[in-house]
Write a protein that binds this ligand. Structure first.
Ligand code: ITT
Length: 196
């Protein structure tokens, strides 16, 4: 069994491979020379996940999954949300995005720093979406970056136990993450497909 993943993000690719094991996970970008440049102009995680998956599923045979994800901060009215990857600008690094977030939250006390990670996985084939799957993970935004693991906003994302997502091992993150929740639903769906 194998699935293609429509992502350029190495952190996502690694986690998706670990979580979906023993299914083999291959990046579409590894097998397609010049895939289309996808414009993520949807207004929701779901629209963007569908868009990525549908467009890239025209280039390979079999299932393609796309992950659209991000950080939703309550006191910022849901920002950075679907703009998480480019919060500090078009080609912003994770560090620049984290620093921008700290700046936006300056003066906001810990009790008002509620946030969640959201992940929508679209399962696609031949240019069409078969189903989408949602996952989320709740936490708070800390005051300083802590931890070396994971990617994106993990060093600022404080869990109930006081540790940041970046302080968890990849196994620990993969047990509780938004991505895990969405992919667990996908796995169940695929199990049922193969039984019928
Ligand atoms: P692809 O579209 O190629 O998959 P991308 O990084 O542009 O890669 P998104 O548009 O879905 O993907 O943006 C996701 C951003 O949300 C990502 O760059 C991180 O900043 C953040 N993010 C998503 N999942 C995360 C996680 O598990 N931990 C930390 N940050 C995460």
């Amino acid at each position: 069994d194998k699935v293609y993943v429509a992502t350029k993000n190495k952190g996502k690719l690694k986690e998706i491979s670990e979580i979906l094991k023993p299914i083999e996970v291959i990046s579409v970008y590894e097998v397609v020379e010049n895939p289309v440049d996808i414009v993520e102009d949807g207004s929701t995680f779901e629209e963007n996940a569908r868009k990525k998956g549908e467009e890239l599923s025209r280039f390979v045979e079999g299932y393609v999954i796309a992950d659209d994800s991000g950080l939703v901060v309550e006191v910022l009215n849901g920002k950075p949300g679907i703009y998480s990857a480019r919060y500090a600008g078009e080609n912003a690094t994770d560090m620049e995005n984290n620093l921008k977030l700290l700046k936006e939250l300056e003066g906001t006390p810990f009790e008002n720093r509620d946030a969640k990670f959201v992940c929508v996985i679209a399962l696609c084939k031949d240019g069409k979406t078969i189903e989408t799957f949602y996952g989320e993970c709740k936490g708070k935004i800390g005051f300083e970056l802590k931890g070396e693991n994971g990617f994106g906003y993990d060093p600022l994302f404080v869990l109930d136990n006081g540790r940041t997502m970046a302080e968890l091992s990849s196994d620990e993150k993969n047990r509780i993450s938004h991505r895990r929740e969405a992919l667990a639903k996908l796995k169940k769906f695929l199990d049922n497909v193969s039984k019928n």
